[in-house]
Design a protein around this ligand. Structure first.
Ligand code: PLP
Length: 425
């Protein structure tokens, strides 16, 4: 199949980059949310695919006509919803390099750079976050970039299942595995439990510490003991640093004690990157005793989806649970045992060179730039929380947490109406 020549690519890429730059420059003049009826985009989309090649201009015009007016503009300066809204153009450059190389990094031997750049970056980032050196490759553990925190939770659960019951790989699950969360834990844990085939009964919801929305270690210890006594198998506990709903921070250190040997996976999907700022290092208190830790670069670290950073304390844990080696994947480097094959650290076989995107962000901002970005958001949140406190009729629904402010009016109806009004403007 003939592709663009390098010169044709140069010309079209310049036009595509110009389109992205113009789109970003024009964002402040767009409404944040489109006014679109369900089905209207599909109806406007040609139902027959082009038989002959089209010029790039035709595609760009269609983007302007069909996509932009029907998009929620996540990169709009007035967008304050959800967490993954920081797709910096630095990271887009990294994605361009990754696509340009077009390499598959499933095995070390299929692209040594794709593996070793990721290893080196994850080690360096662990250090910058103040993670325990045990989570680095040098310390016996290691980091891997997943597509999402949901996938990170799934593979952590599979590693935990394997550690708790090494016959699991042959015999499958037996209905005795248990996973411990709180009512504020992200739903990705419930999904991981479902995907792993454990059944909803495996999910144990631990109560909160009185007067808080954080997991109560005393209740956890009691549940774990009760389950063990009943012949069940406590497999994994998931404390959260920065819950999705309110930014609550579970007491990881005490949770590890209460887990009494079950795998502890710390989900710090949005909040964890704040540990790059020395004044927020205490967020990670106790993580040095956990088995795995996840934070998303695609939420608050200026990196376009997808780049979820997962570290494990034991570099063998994921390969032991996940590795299957058919003849066509065998190679001398793998056989030597001297390399990491990241296909054994994730569910899919294929993987793209996501580390380039992360590298472009780290290089483009520098740690000081990223800290300034995090601190800027926290300052905005602090200011908003101050306005809420001063405004009659408004209250804080939970204590402000880093860049997250939860506020409400004096009834659910009025809160919903205000939300709709803000989102419509
Ligand atoms: N965990 C927490 C605490 C989250 O806030 C989120 C998403 O907001 C997730 C997990 C899921 O993230 P992902 O989309 O990377 O799977």
């Amino acid at each position: 199949m003939p592709d663009l020549t390098p010169d044709e690519f140069r010309e079209r890429a310049a036009a595509a980059v110009e389109w992205v730059a113009a789109y970003r420059a024009g964002l402040p003049d767009q409404p944040v949310q489109p006014d679109v009826a369900p089905g209207s985009v599909r109806a406007a989309f040609p139902s027959v695919l082009p038989e002959a090649p089209e010029p790039l201009d035709a595609l760009l015009a269609a983007l302007d006509r069909t996509v932009v007016p029907a998009s929620s503009h996540w990169q709009h300066p007035g967008w304050f919803g959800y967490f993954p809204a920081n797709a910096s153009l630095h990271s887009l450059l990294g994605d361009l390099f990754s696509g340009g190389l077009g390499a598959q990094g499933m095995l070390w031997s299929t692209s040594p750079a794709a593996t070793e750049v990721e290893q080196a970056l994850m080690d360096a980032l662990a250090d910058a976050l103040g993670l325990d050196p045990a989570f680095t490759f040098g310390g016996g553990g290691g980091g891997v970039i997943q597509d999402s925190a949901s996938s990170a939770a799934l593979v952590a659960l599979l590693a935990a299942l394997h550690r708790a019951n090494p016959t699991w790989r042959d015999d499958g699950v037996d209905g005795r595995d248990r996973v411990y969360v709180s009512a504020e834990t992200h739903s990705s844990l419930a999904k991981a439990v479902r995907v792993a085939g454990l059944g909803a009964r495996a999910l144990r919801v631990v109560g909160f510490r009185p007067g808080t929305l954080t997991m109560d270690p005393t209740s956890l210890a009691a549940l774990v003991a009760e389950d063990r006594a009943a012949g069940l198998r406590p497999v994994l506990v998931c404390p959260t640093i920065g819950t999705t709903g309110t930014g609550a921070i579970d007491p990881v250190r005490e949770v590890v004690d209460a887990a009494s040997g079950a795998w502890v996976h710390v989900d710090a999907a949005w909040a964890g990157v704040a540990a790059l700022c020395p004044e927020h290092r205490d967020l990670l208190d106790g993580v040095e005793r956990a088995d795995s830790f996840c934070t998303d670069a695609h939420k608050w670290l200026g990196t376009a989806f997808d780049a979820s950073l997962l570290w494990v304390r034991d570099a063998r844990a994921l390969p032991d649970a996940l590795s299957i080696t058919p003849e066509y994947l065998r190679n001398a480097a793998t056989d030597s045992g001297a390399v990491v094959d990241y296909r054994d650290w994730q569910v899919p076989l294929g993987r793209r060179f996501r580390a380039l995107k992360l590298w472009a962000v780290l290089s483009g901002y520098g740690l000081s730039g990223l800290r300034a970005h995090l601190r800027g958001h926290i300052a905005l949140a602090t200011e908003l929380a101050g306005w809420v406190a001063d405004e009659p009729g408004f209250t804080l629904a939970a204590p402000p947490s880093l860049g997250l402010v939860c506020l409400r009016l004096d009834s659910d109806e009025r809160t919903r109406a205000a939300l709709a009004q803000v989102n419509a403007s």
